[in-house]
Design a protein around this ligand. Structure first.
Ligand SMILES: *[C@@H]1O[C@H](CO)[C@@H](O)[C@H](O)[C@H]1NC(C)=O
Length: 376
């Protein structure tokens, strides 16, 4: 038995054990994967007694200076140090469950999981997965390249930062339309998320009460629907991002630069996802972001990950090059553009393994096509 299979079998048997418990887990428990992750990795470092093993004081000092963190009061400082220590333990658990990635201290390490979700995610909850409305046609998959990255073809703008606003959905939507607009016109234009945050209140026809609502969340497909209806999106520089949703809509139709011609939902099939990516440009995808709070680099391939989607991101490519210890060789992955700035992850990007709908990454994929907008 090699080094890989023994811990894996151990985790697997714990997983079977915990799956018996999962059936009793309510949907509100599923707001946070941590209880399940804790059940599976109930490591001895989980207590408060041995923080010195984690070298928490030192890590917290480095964290504060690296990310220029200041706290208004000593109480706040002490509270954040407690949260930070809990996140060091989480990062260790994530590392055990996700050995092909590196987990550790990130700029989110002083936030509780629920603060993190509220402030930095923002995908509207869907009970049902996208239905057949605008289903993407099935594409041939026999000629797909082994590796593909839209960044190499000029279809992807620089990494943006949603700040402390649950507007991930708007960044995912602009990223897909930026790529589609590039394919339609040859021009790479950075598009306005703020227009979506301020002006798009479109509701999901299938999900009662799920309406795009600025920093409180939204969906990429409804953002495409809005964009289709109003005629398009302005440039980033004409309608710049503020990261708040308290302003009135300042949309100026004469400044539209990119317009949607049509959009559709891609089947939950990794070959179809790859084929749509290569043919139509970067894709808007939903993902479960629980492992992303502690992600540093590498290919994330957790043994367990929730499939409820809470974050909207942009799928820009895929690869399979060797990237990690030999035992993980040639594991194929998706390349994901995130909207948390370049100081997060691999210069703002995330790699997640391909092949098993890990963290729900295949579950909510949409593709958009652009028309050339005639500027007036
Ligand atoms: C747009 O519509 C055309 C024609 O129906 C279809 O072939 C194409 O796949 C659609 N594109 C997207 C991105 O939905």
């Amino acid at each position: 038995m090699d080094r890989f299979s023994l811990p894996f079998l151990f985790l697997f048997s714990l997983l079977l054990l915990s799956s018996a418990l999962v059936s009793t887990v309510t949907s509100s428990d599923l707001d946070d994967d941590e209880p399940l992750i804790r059940q599976v990795v109930s490591s001895d470092d989980d207590g408060d007694g041995n923080d010195h093993l984690l070298n928490a004081d030192h890590h917290f000092s480095v964290f504060k200076s690296k990310f220029a963190k200041t706290y208004a009061t000593q109480e706040e400082h002490d509270y954040r140090f407690g949260v930070f220590k809990a996140n060091l333990r989480r990062a260790k658990r994530h590392q055990v469950l996700d050995p092909s990635a590196v987990h550790g201290v990130t700029k989110f390490s002083d936030l509780t999981p629920s603060e993190f979700r509220r402030q930095f995610l923002g995908l509207n909850r869907r009970i049902r997965l996208p239905s057949d409305a605008h289903k993407a046609p099935i594409l041939p998959t026999n000629d797909l390249p082994a590796d593909f990255d839209w960044r190499d073809h000029g279809a992807v703008t620089g990494v943006k930062d949603q700040g402390s606003c649950g507007s991930c959905w708007s960044f995912s939507a602009t990223g897909a339309l930026e790529g589609a607009h590039f394919l339609a016109t040859g021009e790479l234009a950075s598009l306005s998320e703020q227009q979506l945050v301020d002006c798009d209140h479109e509701c999901d026809p299938e999900e009662h009460g799920a309406c795009d609502s600025g920093c409180s969340g939204g969906l990429m497909t409804t953002a495409f629907e809005y964009t289709l209806k109003v005629g398009g999106l302005e440039r980033e520089k004409d309608y710049p991002y503020t990261g708040t949703d308290r302003g009135a809509c300042k949309f100026d139709r004469t400044k539209v630069v990119a317009s949607v011609s049509n959009f559709s939902v891609v089947a939950i099939d990794e070959d179809q996802i790859a084929a749509n990516l290569v043919k139509n440009g970067p894709l808007a995808v939903g993902i479960n972001a629980v492992f992303m709070q502690t992600y540093i680099k590498g290919v994330s391939c957790p043994y367990i990950c929730g499939k409820h989607l809470d974050h909207g991101v942009l799928l820009v490519g895929y690869g399979s090059a060797g990237y990690a210890p030999i035992r993980f060789k040639e594991k194929p992955y998706w390349i994901i553009k995130n909207s948390w700035g370049e100081s997060w992850g691999e210069n703002g990007y995330y790699k997640i393994c391909k092949g098993h709908n890990i963290c729900g990454v295949d579950s909510m994929v949409s593709t958009v096509a652009a028309i050339h907008a005639t500027s007036q």
